[in-house]
Ligand binder design. Structure first.
Ligand SMILES: [Fe+2]
Length: 387
C-alpha cells in the first residue's frame, strides 16, 4: 500500500523546478495509522458496492423542491403528484428521489451493487428480501445509525445530457486560449453527477464498521478528536473499493456528533468557473449560502455550500481527489480550521454550531444509553469546532 503523499509523488507530471515542499505540511499532515489502529477496511466484506446511486428525501412542497433543484443545477427526470425525480447530466438513474412527506426529511441513500448476485448475498445475510425497484432490483437495509440503505442493481440509466466542456485556461507554458475571451455564463449549474453524502451519527464506530463489513467500502481519511486519538476515529471519509479503478476520495463521510442526521450531499460541476458563477446565480435568486468558496483538505475538492428552502445543505464541488484501492487511510485531528486548505473560515451555518437544537441533542445523547456520546467526546467536538 502507498500513503497519499507517496501516491501524489508517484503519479502525474514531473515536479516543478526548485525545492519541493510537502504540500500538507502545516495543513494537518496526513500521517498513516499507528500500530493497532482501525485498518479502515474489512478483511472479508459481504459485497463491494460500485458507487452511490441516488439519495432519497421527503419534502412537504415538491414545487418548491423542484424550483431549488432547477436553480441548483438538476434536471427534472420525472414528476408525479407525489414524487419528483431529479437527475444530473451523466448517464445514470435520477440521483435525487423526492417524495411528498409531512416534514422535510432525509430518507436514505441507495448504493449500486456490482452484480445482481450481491443483492441475494446481502438479503441472505441480513434476513431482508430482494424486491423489484425502479425497473431493477433492490434490497433495503438499515445501518446502525437507523438510516435506510438501499442496495440496487439493474435500474435503467437515463441517457447523458449535453453539457459544456471545461474552460480552456491560460495556465502553464503556452496559452490554451488565443484571440478568445473567457466569458463563463452566470447561470444555474448543470450538475455532472452525484458525488457523496455526509451523515452525522451518535453511533459512529458501529456505523463505520457496518459500511466496511456490509458494503465493502474503504476509508480514505480518518479524523480523530485532538488529544483523544486513543478512542479511535471520530470522522471517516469513505470510498468504494474498485480495485485498480480510481474512485472518489469519499462517496460517504460520517462523523460522530450529538445528533444523528443528514449533514450534506455533494454534486460535481465541470470546473471552478461553474462553481463560482452558479453560486452567484444562487445568491441572486435569494438562496442561503452556507460556506465557500474554498478547497477542502480531505478530498481536495473546490467547494461551495448552499441551503435549500428546508435548510438541507447541498454542495457544489469540482476537482476532487480519486484513489485506487492501494491508498491506506490518512489520520489527522478534527478541527474547524482543518476543513479547508484555503477559503473563508468555516461558518457556524456550515458546522451547525449556530443551531440551538444541538445543545438539546447533546443533553439527550448524554442521557441515552447505547451511543458513543460521552462528556469527553462532547468536549473534543467543542474543541474541534473552535480550533
Ligand atoms: Fe462534502
Amino acid at each position: 500500500m502507498t500513503t497519499h503523499s507517496q501516491a501524489a509523488q508517484a503519479g502525474g507530471s514531473p515536479p516543478p523546478e526548485g525545492p519541493r515542499e510537502d504540500p500538507h505540511r502545516s495543513l494537518h499532515s496526513q500521517a498513516g495509522p499507528r500500530p493497532g489502529e482501525h485498518p479502515g477496511r474489512s478483511g472479508n466484506p459481504l459485497v463491494k458496492v460500485a458507487g452511490l446511486a441516488w439519495l432519497e428525501f421527503e419534502k412537504p412542497d415538491l414545487d418548491r423542491a423542484g424550483r431549488f433543484g432547477a436553480d441548483f443545477g438538476f434536471t427534472v427526470a420525472d414528476r408525479t403528484p407525489d414524487t419528483l425525480l431529479l437527475r444530473a447530466r451523466e448517464a445514470a438513474a435520477a440521483c435525487l428521489v423526492i417524495r411528498r412527506g409531512q416534514q422535510p426529511r432525509f430518507a436514505g441513500a441507495a448504493f449500486a451493487a456490482a452484480a445482481r448476485d450481491d443483492l441475494d448475498r446481502l438479503a441472505r445475510h441480513t434476513g431482508e428480501t430482494v424486491t423489484a425497484h425502479r425497473g431493477g432490483h433492490a434490497v433495503l437495509l438499515r445501518d446502525p445509525s437507523g438510516f435506510p440503505v438501499r442496495v440496487v442493481h439493474g435500474v435503467p440509466e437515463l441517457p447523458a445530457l449535453p453539457g459544456r466542456a471545461p474552460l480552456p485556461l491560460n495556465f502553464g507554458p503556452g496559452p490554451a486560449r488565443v484571440n478568445a475571451a473567457q466569458r463563463p455564463a452566470r447561470r444555474a449549474a448543470q450538475i455532472q453527477r452525484l458525488g457523496h453524502v455526509v451523515l452525522g451519527t451518535t453511533r459512529f464506530g458501529a456505523a463505520l464498521d457496518w459500511y466496511l463489513d456490509t458494503l465493502g467500502l474503504i476509508v480514505s481519511d480518518f479524523l480523530y478528536l485532538d488529544g483523544q486519538r486513543d478512542r479511535g476515529p471520530a470522522m471517516a471519509f469513505i470510498r468504494c473499493d474498485l480495485g485498480s479503478v480510481p474512485a472518489d476520495h469519499h462517496t460517504l463521510a460520517m462523523l460522530l456528533q450529538p445528533r444523528t442526521e443528514y449533514v450534506h450531499s455533494a454534486y460535481q460541476l465541470t470546473d471552478l468557473d461553474e462553481v463560482a458563477a452558479s453560486g452567484e446565480y444562487l445568491r441572486e435568486h435569494g438562496y442561503r449560502h452556507a460556506w465557500g468558496l474554498g478547497r477542502h483538505i480531505q478530498g481536495s475538492q473546490i467547494f461551495d455550500y448552499w441551503r435549500d428552502p428546508d435548510r438541507a445543505m447541498f454542495e457544489h464541488y469540482t476537482d476532487g481527489d480519486v484513489f485506487d484501492s492501494s491508498a491506506e487511510p490518512g489520520w489527522a485531528p478534527l478541527s474547524r480550521s482543518g476543513l479547508a486548505q484555503w477559503g473563508p473560515k468555516a461558518t457556524a451555518e456550515f458546522t451547525g454550531t449556530n443551531d440551538a437544537r444541538v445543545v438539546v441533542a447533546a443533553i439527550k445523547a448524554l442521557r441515552d444509553k447505547g451511543n458513543e456520546i460521552d462528556m469527553a467526546a462532547l468536549r473534543g467536538l467543542i474543541k474541534a469546532m473552535s480550533s
